[in-house]
Write a protein that binds this ligand. Sequence first.
Ligand code: SF4
Length: 162
Amino acid sequence: MTNKPKSKILVSACLYGHCCKYDGTNNLLRDKTFQILKNTGRLIPVCPEELGGLSTPRVPSEIKEGRVYNKEGDDVTAQFELGAEKALEIARKNGVRVAIMKQGSPSCGCKRIYDGTFTGTKITGEGITVRKLIENGIPVFDETEANLAKLLADGDPHNHHH
Ligand code: SF4
């Protein structure tokens, strides 16, 4: 009868506090639950766009008709897909069961993304990495849902041994 360590949570690195946003800043999340998770070593920060080889700062990108373009019109789909693969690999290596990702991002958004016109217009949709995570059985929450993510990560439905 052992107490299994609680599972790790994959998070957008900009929420964790890394300055990996396209403009070189972060989206540090001060939510109390998130900070507790961070301080107890439960969070695995990833920036899929940096993992995909894009530099910081970088030209911002949006998804249009299934592909990703930056504001200068370059097709950066390959970098976004590589970043998604690497994020999934890191999630698996760390036994991650749930993720908390930044809403609105073409990589990390789980409910809303920009519509591809670079006019600040949001539509229903998910980022490239979020889709990859969900397809591989890792549910994704946004920065307003850290409590829900923690509940799921703390539960241990696979441990029925006494
Ligand atoms: Fe944050 Fe994700 Fe954008 Fe990286 S790709 S800056 S982690 S929202």
